[in-house]
Design a protein around this ligand. Structure first.
Ligand code: JFZ
Length: 451
């Protein structure tokens, strides 16, 4: 935060730490699903057997593929892929059921990625789903199916568009550029109003592609647009990646105030400690491979996260009040990868057993433990144990000035009572008191468990 405060006209529109029911729901989502789906699912990060891996491209970025292995006329080929888009097995209800079984409480769905292709029949561009052999509105099917499962829907929307002649990265300077970019802004406004009008059930918008100088220069426009969207759709949740103040400050304004309702900068990364967050809400969106959000045919030779990796990240986020969002990249026929199916099923089985520690639980003031992560609800403290001690004794340190001490312990998934006793440290330690929680050696678990 700066030492002295500036006068800012284009700061936050909504109050910090909203307390309305929509925002309270956001805080209890815990686990979410991201879906990146679009024309890039057809090539799956390769074309005619040549992989785009290693270049600038990663699946949904493949249109930016350059270099010697890219087909000469690649951009043109890509921009005509819509003529082949016909996902014969797409079934939004199947996806929604899977997400429900996984324990996801919200979904973020790509309505339009950087390529500019709209998965809904937008009136404002011809580059949309209605012009494909598939024809039907995909966004509507996703919104309806997930809503029917009780999963809140957030729409991902990329402002930046690679193939739109009215879009430019730099600040519009000439009269012609200004005219074109102005047209682009109106187009963006039209599409966003169209989305909130067509799909009134949605709970939020998840913005992307807002980093270019052109968009940053349009702070007066984006400020008014945010107001307009919020007026049209009361309770709407928008992250910090939508707009900037008049000094170009993004995510946080020049006085350090959060722009939007939650921190949206935790992409494939997490805060090192709770203190970094300054009490802000946040979500962490995560790929299963190191990077690449859309479908990639070939996952060989790269480290792909396991269910255990993802559960560790989930509980790390929860211990700091964040939501954890696992990305899926379905193929061109509407199938998830078998690996994604497995991760969804395994994650679901785990969070069902340990739901109390995941959803309504919050950050605990308890000192961090190397066994895993603490979360807390009222006077119940949960410890998700990822590192089980071989001697089956979990030693918990409690600062002496703490009012809370462990009086009893249970294994969450079995309800089985565990012995708790003051630890005999053989040391005179003045700051902390130690307690030992004894795990029965008969208790076996292939994954993390919660006490
Ligand atoms: C963007 C997209 O370019 C990408 O394809 C994907 O959709 C992802 C969810 O969002 O990528 C970003 C955006 C922002 C950051 C990093 C990658 N960031 O703020 O660090």
């Amino acid at each position: 935060k700066p030492d002295s405060l500036r006068t800012i006209q284009y700061g936050p529109i909504t109050p910090a730490h909203r307390t309305d029911p929509q925002m309270e729901a956001f805080r209890s989502y815990g686990l979410g699903q991201f879906i990146h789906w679009g024309l890039y699912a057809i090539p799956g990060n390769e074309w005619n057997g040549v992989s785009a891996r290693g270049g600038a491209a990663a699946s949904e970025w493949i249109r930016a593929w350059g270099g010697p292995t890219a087909p000469k006329d690649w951009k043109n080929i890509y921009d005509n892929l819509y003529k082949q888009f016909n996902p014969k097995d797409f079934d939004a209800k199947r996806w929604a059921k899977q997400a429900k079984d996984m324990g996801a409480r919200y979904v973020i769905f790509t309505t339009k990625h950087h390529d500019g292709f709209a998965l809904w029949p937008t009136k404002y561009s011809d580059y949309n789903i209605a012009k494909t052999p598939y024809k039907k509105d995909i966004v509507k099917q996703v919104v309806d199916a997930y809503t029917a499962e009780g999963i809140d829907v957030y729409l991902y929307f990329s402002v930046l568009e690679w193939n739109n002649p009215d879009y430019m990265g730099g600040t519009p300077k000439t009269a012609d550029e200004k005219k074109r970019f102005d047209r682009f802004l109106q187009y963006t406004r039209n599409q966003l109003l169209e989305l909130v009008t067509n799909y009134p059930q949605i709970k939020g918008l998840w913005f992307d592609g807002t980093w270019d100088a052109s968009w940053k220069s349009a702070y007066d426009f984006t400020y008014k647009l945010e107001k307009e969207l919020r007026d049209k759709h009361p309770g709407l949740i928008i992250g910090s990646r939508f707009r900037n103040d008049e000094f170009g400050a993004r995510h946080f304004d020049s006085n350090g105030r959060l722009l939007g309702d939650y921190e949206q900068g935790w992409e494939r990364k997490m805060p090192g400690s709770y203190e970094w967050l300054d009490g802000n809400d946040w979500d962490c969106v995560m790929t299963i491979p190191p990077n690449g959000w859309g479908y990639m045919k070939d996952w060989s030779g790269i480290y792909t996260k396991t269910t255990d990796d993802l559960l560790d990240m989930l509980m790390r986020c929860r211990s700091m009040n964040g939501n954890f969002v696992i990305n899926f990249g379905p193929d061109g026929n509407g199938h998830m990868r078998p690996e994604e199916d497995r991760i969804a099923a395994e994650t679901g089985a785990w969070v069902r057993r340990n739901a109390a520690a995941v959803y309504e639980s919050r950050h605990s003031g308890f000192p961090a433990s190397n066994y895993g992560y603490f979360t807390q609800k009222d006077s119940t403290l949960y410890l998700t144990v990822f590192n089980r001690p071989v001697n089956n004794i979990l030693r918990i340190s409690v600062p002496k000035n703490f009012k809370q001490v462990p009086v009893s312990a249970l294994l969450l998934e079995t309800g089985g009572r565990l012995d708790v006793k003051p630890a005999d440290m053989g040391l005179d330690l003045d700051k902390n008191t130690y307690y030992d929680i004894l795990l029965p050696s008969s208790f076996q678990s292939s994954r993390a468990f919660v006490i």
